[in-house]
Design a protein around this ligand. Structure first.
Ligand code: BES
Ligand code: ZN
Length: 625
């Protein structure tokens, strides 16, 4: 049985309070709406009160000023207001609010007290009949969502997830609240503006761009990028944007995107966003990828020249279902976004590249998970639960490999328990029946019991509570098998024991996953001389594959292999992807090389995004910014 009232859209909640545009067929009875309200997960990271008023559409009119590193804008929202409501609350952080109008009239607004990382509530007086609220504002010059790249090739990009949208647009910044949007954005001539919306493919003469996003999205998927980019089609519904120096490489690297899109639709139902394009960002982008709807933002570090790192594209594409279509209600439910996405990513990879490849990725994911569980168990064991408890904490604290990889293995266990056909049917129905709605952990568990784990013996063999609210990795975690990686492990042992020389090993025949496995499993105390042997045989230090380079550099730091330090420094100054930075700086700290870490960080920090400096400041003991 379905529980439509446990999981529904915000409009359903408001119907109870007399929201003007309620749809009769969807209107739950007063009692059911009450149940819903009790069940509705509270988002501790937003001041929004969706039971009082919700924003349903945003019209954003903005001017991007590279000189002052600010955006001056007006955000006009359509509202639905409950019968007894007197205000609407928007989240903002570091915004300079100039004026607020409700239905064309200036009103007195209030900015509440600032809370760390949450920001301030902007309280705007409204009536049950109010339709529109318009906020004129400027961003601060160091808004946390932004990264401004200066110089000959200026670039601006935003990163809104998890709670940074409020640093560039006043909004109900909670993943449970969705709205459509349109925008008009003025940027310097010669630059193109792109958003998580219907995008241009050529530059305009006057630097003015207009956008529409007709499907309702949560605020964390608001995105803007401005730069000197070009567009290339790679398929009927897919294309890439990149700067002129990277556009050819990007076109080649991502030319299989359409195949992935077709594979994804075949698995779990129609793609809801019409086009799937990818924007290659400057190397300072703090993530591998971000699933902004219609336009994935991606780090250039996945351009390897041989399409070997495209599982990241499969991942961001998969979010078009898990996350963008069915959205985690709060950041405590983050695993519903990321765990499902890793599972879906693996299925796309299996469909397009074969099971050998996807099982290698699964094996690497398992190794990453075991390491992460070990690390977190020492610090905060409850952070190894799938369901998080982030109240009073920065949601960023919960964005670990647990949501991703423990989430993945939980879904894989479900698949193995009921069989693939039944699980695929379940997932497909889950996505279609909850499209454009939110999902919290409790509601998902009810849905799971009602639709998949329907017998006591199925429930017992999965043991959902151990996975969702238990520590560590349960005993029934599925086993991954990769004969190719087993062989790599054996080869590594042999080389470590001195049985074979590096030049006798099949490095050139190995895929990236095999090279990565070899380098990331070198014994910690391996000598610099032995690393030199590897570099002589394989020129690892000159590799164009950033994952391989990263594994190499981390080991080089741990073994004080100084010939690699120049490359290390270049890499850290050029690349801002947090997944690489954290282990590299940490390796320096762990091995009494803080002085080098500090010296490099001093040079590199101005290039990093706030997401990366937040983590590195903490790691290196800097006063928090
Ligand atoms: N949505 C995430 C990125 C994210 C998570 C941003 C939490 C802010 C807060 C994105 O889909 C992601 O998971 N990216 C991964 C790549 C993926 C292949 C695991 C990354 O950036 O490393
Ligand atoms: Zn993701």
């Amino acid at each position: 049985m379905n529980h439509p009232f446990l999981v529904t859209s915000v409009c359903g909640a408001l119907a109870f309070f007399g929201c003007k545009e309620s749809h009769p067929a969807e209107t739950p009875s007063a009692k059911e709406a009450h149940i819903l309200d009790m069940k509705r997960a509270t988002d501790h990271h937003s001041f929004a009160k969706p039971a009082e008023a919700v924003t349903t559409h945003l019209s954003w009119d903005a001017e991007v000023d590279f000189d002052t590193r600010q955006i001056h804008a007006t955000a006009t929202y359509n509202l639905k207001v409950a019968d007894d409501a007197e205000r609407v609350l928007l989240d903002c952080r570091g915004l300079d609010i100039h004026s607020v109008q409700v239905d064309g009239q200036d009103v007195e607004f209030e900015l509440g007290a600032e809370q760390p990382f949450i920001g301030q509530p902007l309280s705007i007086p409204v009536h049950p009949t109010s339709n529109k609220v318009a906020v004129a504002y400027s961003t601060s010059d160091n808004a946390d969502a932004f990264l401004w790249v200066e110089g000959e090739h200026p670039f601006l990009f935003t990163q809104s997830q998890a709670i940074l949208a409020r640093t560039w647009i006043p909004c109900q910044d909670s993943p449970g609240i969705r709205f459509t949007y349109d925008a008009k954005v003025r940027v310097p001539k010669k630059l193109m503006a792109l958003m998580s919306a219907v995008n241009p493919t050529v530059k305009t003469d006057n630097g003015v761009y207009t956008f529409r996003m007709d499907q309702p999205i949560p605020s964390y998927l608001l995105a803007l990028a401005v730069g000197d980019v070009e567009f290339r089609e790679v398929g009927p519904h897919t294309g890439v944007y990149a700067t002129p120096d990277l556009i050819d490489a990007a076109e080649f690297e991502f030319s299989e995107m359409e195949d992935m899109l077709v594979a994804a639709e075949t698995l779990y139902g129609k793609y809801a966003w019409e086009r799937y394009d990818l924007l290659v960002l400057p190397a300072a982008f703090p993530f591998g990828g971000m699933e902004n709807p219609r336009l994935t933002f991606a780090t250039p570090t996945i351009i390897a020249g041989d399409r070997s790192l495209v599982s990241l594209v499969a991942h961001e594409l998969a979010h078009s279902w898990s996350g963008n279509l069915v959205t985690n209600a709060t950041w405590d439910d983050f695993w519903l976004n990321e765990g499902f996405t890793v599972y879906f990513e693996q299925r796309i990879m299996e469909a397009v590249y074969g099971r050998d490849i996807s099982e290698m990725l699964g094996t690497l994911s398992y190794q990453g998970l075991v390491d992460e569980v070990d690390a977190i168990m020492d610090v905060n064991p409850n952070d190894t639960h799938l369901r998080l408890h982030l109240k009073g904490r920065n949601p960023d604290d919960g964005m670990t490999a647990i949501a991703y990889d423990k989430g993945y293995f939980f879904l894989r266990l479900l698949e193995e328990t009921v069989g693939r056909p039944a699980f695929d049917q379940f997932l497909k129905t889950y996505f279609t029946s909850h499209a454009f709605q939110i999902m919290d952990t409790d509601s998902f568990l009810i849905y799971l019991d009602d639709n998949l784990l329907t017998t006591e013996s199925l429930k017992a063999s999965v043991d959902v509570p151990a996975w969702v609210d238990g520590q560590g990795l349960p005993d029934n975690c599925p086993q991954v098998q990769s004969a190719r990686l087993d062989l790599v492990d054996a080869t590594l042992d042999e080389w470590v024991q001195g049985g074979k020389a590096a030049s006798d090993l099949p490095w050139d025949q190995w895929l990236y996953q095999e090279k990565y496995r070899f380098l990331s499993n070198l014994p910690d105390d391996i000598s610099s001389d032995r690393l030199a042997e590897l570099d002589d045989a394989w020129s690892v230090n000159a590799t164009g594959n950033n994952e391989v380079l990263f594994a190499w550099l981390e080991q080089a730091v741990r073994s004080r292999h100084t010939p690699a330090y120049e490359r290390l420094e270049m890499f850290l100054i050029h690349v801002g992807r947090r997944k690489f930075l954290t282990p590299l700086y940490k390796a320096m700290v762990d091995t009494d090389q803080e002085t080098m870490a500090e010296a490099i960080y001093k040079q590199a920090r101005p290039n990093y995004h706030s997401v990366a400096t937040g983590t590195m400041d903490e790691l290196l003991g800097h006063p928090s910014h």
